[in-house]
Design a protein around this ligand. Structure first.
Ligand SMILES: [Zn+2]
Length: 305
């Protein structure tokens, strides 16, 4: 009888021990090894936080410039992507990591970059908007902002981002625009590719169609959600070939290039946001190729730079 009681007690303790949350205990007192690359970081550029020597199953999150950083496992490390928004002022910003039982802050140096100025001429009605156009663009901007705030927790993409069209980049990211002779204080938040109307636009990576529309400035546009706050966008299309909610594979045709919206000619505007930070899609593609290069082949990784 007494023995049975002790057996019961033993199993009860065993059950409590097994079902107890072990993760915080394991994470407590642990110091992750953290590297933030690159440093300093150019305004308008993406960066990565690499965490090693830390249990991969411990939930870790981060924050930079009031925006979240999500992590995903990569080889034996955890990687989180973030960006210095194109409008971020030069300076030193804190980047903070949080995990159960711990918190640590780092400094990120953000450096100004001169992206240059471009001259663009468009009909004056597309600069000084009529009350109807103003109301329309405001409504569309609110719709877009709501879509951009979506942060699917799961990483949907893998491997290197491919080019959305196989043509020359015409206007680089970050330039200020002199619109009909007047300097616009908002920098160009994407890369423009010269492409004749009807050129197929490919998804650079797997994702979900977040939003499609025919907007005043962006024209016919497609927004892709790649998960964890990574969103890509394609503007001025002549035709949209996908629907909202559709799962997309890398290389799948999203639409055809055109000159819808506020444009001077046929081209593709390609933008990438990381949790709201507007970053250079070309630099982002290089970052994804660096991630794809596996550690056993260091030579191919350095070639990719
Ligand atoms: Zn553009």
């Amino acid at each position: 009888m007494v023995l049975t009681f002790f057996y019961r007690l033993f199993f009860l303790f065993l059950l409590i021990f097994i079902s107890s949350p072990l993760t915080p205990l394991r994470a407590q007192g642990l110091e992750p090894t953290v590297s933030i690359l690159p440093q300093p970081l150019d305004v308008g550029s993406p960066a990565r936080v690499v965490i090693s020597n830390f249990p991969l199953d411990v939930v870790i999150s981060g924050r930079f410039d009031d925006k979240p950083i999500f992590f995903f496992p990569h080889n034996s490390s955890l990687i989180g992507l973030f960006g210095a928004d194109i409008a971020l002022a030069q300076g030193t910003y804190p980047l903070t990591l949080f995990w159960e039982g711990g918190k640590k802050s780092f400094e990120v140096v953000v450096k100004a970059k001169d992206y240059g100025v471009r001259d663009i001429k468009v009909p004056q009605s597309k600069v000084e908007l009529s009350p109807e156009d103003l109301a329309r663009s405001k409504k569309e901007s609110d719709l877009t902002k709501a879509a951009l705030a979506i942060k699917s927790p799961e990483k949907l993409w893998s491997g290197e981002f491919i080019e959305p069209v196989n043509s020359r980049v015409n206007s680089s990211f970050g330039r200020l625009t002199r619109l009909n002779g007047k300097l616009n204080s908002r920098p160009h938040a994407g890369a423009d590719y010269l492409a004749p109307t009807g050129t197929p636009v490919k998804a650079p990576a797997d994702g979900l169609v977040l939003l499609t529309g025919d907007h005043f400035f962006a024209g016919k546009s497609v927004y892709l959600d790649h998960g964890q706050g990574l969103i890509s966008m394609y503007f001025h299309l002549s035709e949209i070939k996908v629907e909202e909610g559709l799962k997309i594979k890398k290389g799948q045709i999203l639409g055809l290039t055109g000159q819808s919206g506020r444009v001077t000619g046929a081209h593709l505007h390609y933008g990438i946001y990381i949790n709201g930070a507007r970053i250079d899609p070309l630099v982002f593609r290089r970052l994804t190729s660096q991630l794809t290069a596996s550690p056993p082949k260091p030579t191919s990784a350095s070639k990719g730079l």
